[in-house]
Design a binder for this molecule. Structure first.
Ligand code: HEC
Length: 350
């Protein structure tokens, strides 16, 4: 038993969807869960049960909802109850009644209640890094503050980013960027873009996306095209790496653009979302034209993610960007506050 649990603890990513006993899962669902969730995962609109539950259970047969919630999170909900993950107490904990294998089987069965084959699985929705672009499409609001300690005037920059899923694998994004250097405090840029998941592999737990972003500076300088590719992969239960490649190309002076490569490794030591998780990120930036400094500029961004709500749908990222080569700053301090609004209101589940 202890061996089985220890193994279960290290094998989520390596636990391909096909390995569960779906028939056993169906039996559990029909006997334990269907009373509240409906026999097919949808509680009928006219069910008198609806009025007794606040909120009523979400539709497990809805492919967008079903695909976006990672199976390990649902296993936590089933094992420890809704309350433990910031949901309603009316979703009862089953960890006492069901074995580890039962929990995995019933969640695997719930995952078959919707045809999610065209939707990227929520298991590939990895932590948001500070500099690396994320591949998974989100419904999210992110507030990013950055304080740059540099020769001359320090700079404070705030970015409000709104991301909204569209279709099965797309996402719109908008960023409003505000900068304050002690003399001027103004909105300096607005960015608008679209991200699309190009490919994923559920068995390997990897995902690749491409995005096209257009930046509109407010000072009359050239608009810029800023496309990127973003990739992520979970290697084991604990280790996740993400990487992105982004170019910024001003329309008026394409030769003045730059290329930025970033990569991050996250260590996820527990399935509980309201914990502190460490990560290390590296960036390399190179201008298309030689600007007299180092041809490639490197930085390191040690960082932590702090889950704030019980389900982790509101979280904080804190990081320090340290130059590893000749950079125009001494340090940059990053604070990102993110709210995944698909998982409920900002104030839910604290
Ligand atoms: C007594 C009624 C009840 C029973 C029995 C029940 N659930 Fe739930 N379940 C709920 C309610 C209510 C919610 C909605 C919680 C919320 O959104 O705050 C919920 C939510 C969920 C969710 C969604 C979590 C999310 O991300 O929003 C899953 C998955 C789930 N239940 C699975 C199961 C499984 C599997 C079983 C059987 C082992 C089960 N439930 C048994 C009432 C129940």
């Amino acid at each position: 038993m202890a061996v089985a649990l220890a193994f279960a603890g290290t094998a989520t990513a390596a636990n391909p969807p096909g390995s569960a006993d779906l028939e056993a899962g169906r039996t559990i669902f029909e006997t334990v869960c269907a009373a509240c969730h409906g026999p097919n995962g949808t509680l009928p609109a006219d069910s008198p049960l609806r009025a007794t539950m606040n909120p009523p259970p979400a539709d497990l047969a809805d492919p967008l909802f079903n695909s976006r919630e990672p199976a390990p999170d649902w296993e936590m909900v089933v094992r420890h109850g809704g309350h433990s993950m910031g949901l309603s107490e009316q979703m009862p904990a089953q960890g006492g009644a069901l074995s580890e294998a039962d929990v995995r089987n019933v969640v695997a069965y719930v995952k078959t209640l919707a045809d999610t084959s065209d939707y990227p699985p929520g298991e590939l929705n990895f932590f948001l890094p500070i500099r690396t672009k994320k591949a998974f499409p989100e419904d999210e609001v992110v507030w990013k503050s950055r304080y740059t300690d540099r020769p001359g005037r320090d700079e404070f920059r705030n970015v409000l980013e709104v991301e909204k899923r569209v279709g099965k694998r797309g996402q719109w994004l908008m960023e409003v960027i505000h900068a304050d250097n002690g003399v001027e405090s103004e909105i300096t840029e607005v960015e608008v873009g679209y991200k699309h998941v190009l490919a994923w592999n559920a068995r390997k737990a990897s995902i690749l996306s491409g995005a096209v972003v257009v930046a509109f500076p407010t000072d009359g300088s050239s608009e810029a095209l800023a496309p990127y590719l973003a990739w992520g992969r979970q290697w084991s239960d604990r280790w996740i790496t993400q990487a992105s490649a982004r170019t910024t190309v001003p329309f008026d002076h394409p030769d003045e653009g730059q290329l930025e490569l970033t990569a991050v490794a996250h260590y996820k030591w527990t399935p509980w979302p309201r914990r502190v998780f460490g990560a290390m990120e590296l960036t390399a930036t190179t201008p298309f034209q030689d600007d007299g400094g180092d041809r490639v500029k490197f930085s390191a961004v040690p960082q932590v993610r702090i889950g704030l709500t019980r389900g982790g749908h509101v979280a904080l990222n804190l990081g320090v960007e340290v130059p590893l080569s000749d950079q125009p700053y001494d340090y940059r301090f990053h604070l990102n506050l993110l709210w995944d609004f698909a998982d409920g209101s900002f104030f839910k589940g604290w």
